[in-house]
Design a protein around this ligand. Sequence first.
Ligand SMILES: *Cc1c(COP(=O)(O)O)cnc(C)c1O
Length: 395
Amino acid sequence: MESFLVNNEGYYGDFGGAYIPEILHKCVTELQETYLTVLQSAEFRREYEQLLRDYVGRPTPLYYARRLSERYGCRLYLKREDLNHTGAHKINNTIGQILIARHMGKTRIIAETGAGQHGVATATVCALMNMECVVYMGKTDVERQHVNVEKMKMLGATVVPVTSGNMTLKDATNEAIRDWCCHPADTYYIIGSTVGPHPYPDMVARLQSVISEEIRKQLLEQEGRECPDYLIACVGGGSNAAGTIYHYVDTPAVQIVLAEAGGKGIESGMTAATIALGKMGIIHGARTYVIQNADGQIEEPYSISAGLDYPGIGPMHANLAARKRAFVLAVNDDEAVRAAYELTKLEGIIPALESAHALGALPKLTFKPTDVVVLTVSGRGDKDMETYLNNGTMC
Ligand SMILES: *Cc1c(COP(=O)(O)O)cnc(C)c1O
């Protein structure tokens, strides 16, 4: 059986690759040739694992949610990435990539950010490692995400507001790529999800795979078996989902459910449901599904959740969907908000809006009482309180 992990050429089936401008060829090739050696070195493993434990707070708990299990008629566990330092799974990736950057002798870090979550996670590790940090962020997002901008500045990062295009994530990413083209020798680009040219999707998936490594151990302890019947995660670019499924992806007995952002509905024109609506294209260096118009222009996506508001999708996930290894659902804004209130009331956990989309998949599935279900709560809801308060009447 062909694997659902990356092949030697950097592809997942028809998806992936590295479609980059000539000027970045050297940087990307250097990274392709370096990343596996670094990731597998004893020195990297030691430092990475120590930081995950003592700085991030891993392992995160695998929590048996008794009341939510009763509601959905299964044995439901929550993987608590919301309990990580900085409040989400993103730090697993930024810690790993900054160690790789340091190993490669880079002194300057750049990143793109939409809602500011990846920007904060990057600024955090730059403070920790004493590296210069420049974060590109669309001007619209700078205005919408004031607190995260202040956090990044307090952490010592320079935040550059981007005024091209719609002034959101896609434009910030273009600007970060432009910066990288101008400073290829000293600069390392930390991408925040399983997107971008090879090796980024695979590198980010490997760094997030600590999630499924822990799930295996914890399920064995708590259920007496390593494999759940279902894994459920939300997908923006796909990194928390990739981390959740990594060690199970080639085990067909484990069913994979991915929740993408339906926005106001996939027919409404205001959506970020890339797998439902996207067509094959190239975005930010990878061949994958892209939400685009008839002329191939990328369309502005929409979701109530800033972290899921991306017009592309990781090549790994596009392939999982194309080959029907994963079952992909669109969860709309109102369904996600309802699911967030439900988790809060039943379990006392306020999830991030992104994670609420994973929870919003539960009412759309039917389980047997013996089914073991693991759902990743990718982040905490502190950053989303205003949205919850403004939309509470949806419930
Ligand atoms: C950024 C973010 C996401 C979406 O990114 P993925 O790469 O798809 O995981 C999901 N949840 C939270 C809490 C986030 O901050």
